[in-house]
Every structure is written in C-alpha cells, then in structure tokens.
Design a protein around this ligand. Sequence first.
Ligand SMILES: [Zn+2]
Length: 321
Amino acid sequence: MLINLHTHLEGRIRPATAGELAVQLGLPDARRDWGRALELDVPADLTVYLQKVAASYPFFANAEALRRISREAVEDAAADGEDYLELRFGPATHVRDGFDLDAVIAAVCDGVADGVAETGMPAGVVVAALRHHDADTNERVARAAARRAGRGVVGFDLAGDELLFPALRPFVDSFAIAGAAGLGLTCHAAEAAPGSAAVAASRLLGVSRIGHGAHIVDDDAALAQVVDAGLAVEVCPSSNVFTGAIATLDAHPAARLRAAGIPVVLGDDNPRQTGSLLSAEDAIMRSRLGFDAADMVRLAADSVRVAFMEDATRKALHARL
Ligand SMILES: [Zn+2]
C-alpha cells in the first residue's frame, strides 16, 4: 500500500502543463524545456532546493491554473499506484490582486476533488504556513484553512527554509487557530536544524507529525523526547539527499527512527525537483534503507493511523491492510 503523507503541490507541476501555462501567461522564455528547468541536477542545501521549487510559483497565477495543477497532481499520484495522497501547499505565495487566500485554497480543493472523482483515489489538502512570512500573514492563512476544515482541507503545516528561519515561536498562534478548527498538525522540522527542533515543534505548535526529522537521531535526548511525544516522522529519502539533510541515501536515519520505536511514514516531497515519486521512495525504503516486508506493513498501518484523513477513508484503507 502506498500512502503519500508528505508532498508539495509546488513540486509536482507537469512539464507539459508548465509549458502551456507559460505561453498562456506570457512568461519569459516560455518555450524552454520545463522538465530540465524545474529539476535539480545535484544535491545542494535547503535554500537552493527551495529556490528550484519556487521556480514553479509563476504558474500558480489564477484559479483555473491552480485547479488544473491540483487535479493533475492527484492523477499523477494515482498513476504512480498510490492509495492516498495528502497534498500540501503554501497559499499565501499564490495570492494576487483579485485572487485572495480563500479563492486560492478553494481552487486547490476543487482541483483535488476533480482528481479524486476521476481516479477514485482519496486525497486531502494540507495548508502550509511559510517560515519567511510574518506572523500576521500566517495567521490569516490559518484562518482561511480553518474555514475550509472538513471541506477539502485536512491539515496544517509549517514549511519553508529552516536554515534561514529556524524560529517556531512566531507560528504558535497560527497552529492554535488551525488546531482549534480540528485540522491535523504537522511541521517541517529537524530537516536543516538540529533534532531539538522536532521536540520544539511538538511542544510549541502541538504537532503530531514531523516532516523530515532527519537530525532527530543525532541527538539522543531529542530522540527520546520524540518517542515519548508519540510523534510520527514523515521521511522523504531522496529529498533529504538533495537538500543536504543527509550525505548519502545509505546514511538515511529511517531505520534508526524505526528501531527507536518512532512511527515512520513516507512522502516524496517535491518529485518534479528530485525525479522520484512515492513508488520510487517506497522501493528505496526496501532496497537501500533496510525496511523488510514486515517493516513496510507496519509503515502502511502507521500511515493509515496518523494520516489526517476522514474516518470513512481511514476505515476503508484499514480494511485493505
Ligand atoms: Zn516538504
């Protein structure tokens, strides 16, 4: 079973769609090879990685484009053999004159609903606050996400550059708003910052899941506290190589997290940049990171348990385990 709990809409635009939208929107150099333009060649750091993801922002120009990109993201995940998709994105980046936060989120929810109707694969939207935006902006994002709670939006996240913006306190109120609306809470943490950042995300923001958490195993105290807090870690092995969170795939901490008793779940983060969809990440877990068949069954069961999905979806997937 393939459950995708960590992937970004901004990292999933099809090159062909990028090309069509570039012409429609009059973007410079519209006829370039967008597949090449959006993919990463070599591992770098989180800042370089996120700049590459941000190269797709101009395509998120209006409701029609967002709806299409979102629908295609669901279609591509279903074609990859995935059984459930949690699709996250940062709406504040895509706000323009006459296209406000509510409209941006509605367009993505509409596109995801189109994709779900077409493919039969269940999916939910996770709205992300962004580290480089101010607290006011992120609180408005949280309130807009809260207004769509249960109508497409299932969760709330903090994404962005943990290297440049490691502080979590500015986001306390945003997470309180999202949590009060019943949204599931997750946070990119200990990706570029030390393992203690995952513990801080749990204490300050109340999250139940950590995105990446690559450095948790570097700090025994943090590792123990993550276990005690019952946090699940969303691992995205290929992404961690491209962001420099780990030196090589073989150095990935997934097996050490699992050995410590931490529920490990899987995502493909930004497959357009890394070239690796969830099915490939699943294969990496099995072939490179020491997860045997029983480990993968446990990963699937943990994924169904910690996903921000509706009860009916959880029951249906649980029955298939
Ligand atoms: Zn991510």
